[in-house]
Design a protein around this ligand. Structure first.
Ligand SMILES: Nc1ncnc2c1ncn2[C@@H]1O[C@H](COP(=O)(O)OP(=O)(O)OP(=O)(O)O)[C@@H](O)[C@H]1O
Length: 427
């Protein structure tokens, strides 16, 4: 591998070399299978491993398992990614998503388990022979080459005829709207334009699998939204398998055919964005997916003649029939639970309604089409999203600090989690 530099500091990065590796000729599209994948970073020893020790300290701060062998960054990871599927790995910082992507790329050794790309087990296959392309957070462009040269480099290595290289680079540049920058050097481009070049460089190689590691996180919020839309369009034009890593739940929800929510090195849930949003497997997923975040209350699940009901802060309300049926089928006993309710699923009830939970308005944020109301329920901050039109219809456009309100949970979408294990009782 030759030395190469990222677009910023001229720091040597192995990743850039990998991104430009002399990959094999493109083959058919591929599915990716991960079987019981585990990654343990051995304990760092000696003074020279200072950087690794710092990462290990990071692991201690999270709840990653630390064994005699080292830090277990990923474990029990099983996933079948279909050909041409767009999979998003999402989770908080340190949950193991980059480690997993780097194992797929071959940049990190797999401690245990099997990784297949297409029909081939690739655990021991060199990164450059895996026929994948990776886009990194830091872009990893060659600063001394023009945009054209950056994008053409891997094709040149493959000894593809000049005309064809030109055609492929032009095609990718058009898809990404960077044709007018082909003669510029990376330093004369904005962050968003550099990211497009990094993506373009990966596209021209027509890889079997496209890996993206937080590609938008160096961009400002506006550009991030714009590039997110670009990636959706790109996906429609480039027919390949995508594995995309992010800590941003909005990116995950908008981009993924399926999303894999990770925490502490474990998969928490795999599903379509809608499935994960509507039926979160546990409290972690429920709190991580959705913005503003789901509200949680300590509550009691009761079972009586009229079916199941929930009691929160002394207020009792019934559950929708669909939930009742699921609880009956599972014969769920009465128990202490955590009740989850999304801000958009709480309605403001009538003042004289005893089946509503009383709250006191702390502050209200006007967001245009909705009002985000922060209210205090027994010392707990609860967020309610009130559609502005509804509020105006009911003559409630002003929610002022200190105002008493009633929150209606009954009849709305609620989620019931076990107090002990945090699992969704209705899944
Ligand atoms: N070389 C290493 N030695 C020890 N621990 C490491 C090493 N590299 C990573 N880790 C630990 O493994 C865990 C997973 O790291 P990883 O970079 O995969 O997380 P991530 O989910 O991608 O986080 P981020 O979003 O911050 O990049 C972290 O807790 C990290 O501290």
């Amino acid at each position: 591998m030759e030395t190469c530099y990222n677009a910023y500091g001229g720091v040597s990065v192995r990743e850039a070399c990998f991104a430009e590796a002399d990959a094999p000729e493109p083959k058919n599209m591929a599915n990716v299978i991960l079987k019981n994948i585990k990654k343990v970073y051995p304990h760092a020893g000696g003074a020279v491993k200072k950087k690794k020790r710092t990462k290990e300290e990071g692991a201690k701060k999270s709840n990653l398992q630390i064994t005699e062998q080292g830090v277990v960054a990923v474990q029990a990871f099983n996933l079948d990614i279909a050909d041409k599927e767009f999979i998003v790995l999402v989770g908080p910082s340190g949950c193991g998503k980059s480690t997993l992507l780097r194992m797929i790329a071959g940049l990190e050794e797999i401690t245990e388990g099997e990784l297949y790309i297409g029909d081939n087990m690739v655990n021991d296959v060199e990164p450059k022979n895996r026929d994948i392309a990776m886009v990194f957070q830091n872009y990893a462009l060659y600063p001394h080459m023009t945009v054209f040269e950056n994008m053409a480099f891997a094709l040149k290595l493959r000894k593809i005829p000049k005309d064809e290289i030109k055609r492929k680079v032009q095609e990718a540049a058009e898809i990404l709207d960077i044709t007018e920058y082909l003669d510029r050097k990376p330093k004369a481009l904005s962050g968003g334009q550099r990211q497009r070049v990094a993506i373009g460089r990966a596209i021209v190689r027509q890889p079997q699998v496209f890996l993206m590691d937080e590609p938008l996180s160096n961009l400002d919020a506006k550009l991030r939204n714009q590039m997110r839309a670009e990636i959706i369009k790109l996906r429609q034009k480039v027919d390949t398998t995508f594995i995309y890593v992010t800590h941003d739940q909005t990116e995950a929800m908008t981009l993924g055919d399926r999303i894999v929510v990770m925490n502490d090195g474990f998969i928490q849930q795999i599903g379509t964005p809608q499935e994960v949003f509507d039926h979160p497997a546990n409290i972690f997923v429920a709190g991580f997916i959705g913005s503003p975040q789901m509200n949680f209350f300590d509550a009691k699940l009761l079972r009586g003649g009229e079916g199941y009901s929930v009691s929160v802060n002394g207020v009792r309300f019934g559950l929708p029939e669909e939930k009742q049926a699921l609880l009956r089928t599972r014969d769920v006993p009465e128990q202490e639970i955590v009740l989850g309710i999304r801000p958009e699923h709480i309605t403001i009830g009538r003042e004289d309604d005893d089946a509503c939970v009383p709250a006191v308005v702390d502050l209200s944020e006007m967001m245009g089409t909705s009002i985000h109301l922060h209210a205090d329920v027994n010392g707990k901050d609860v967020v309610v999203v009130v559609p502005t039109a509804d509020a105006q219809d009911e003559g409630r456009s002003a929610f002022t600090h200190g105002m008493g309100i009633k929150m209606e949970f009954g009849g709305n979408v609620v989620h019931l989690f076990g107090r002990e294990d945090g699992k969704n009782l209705c899944l």
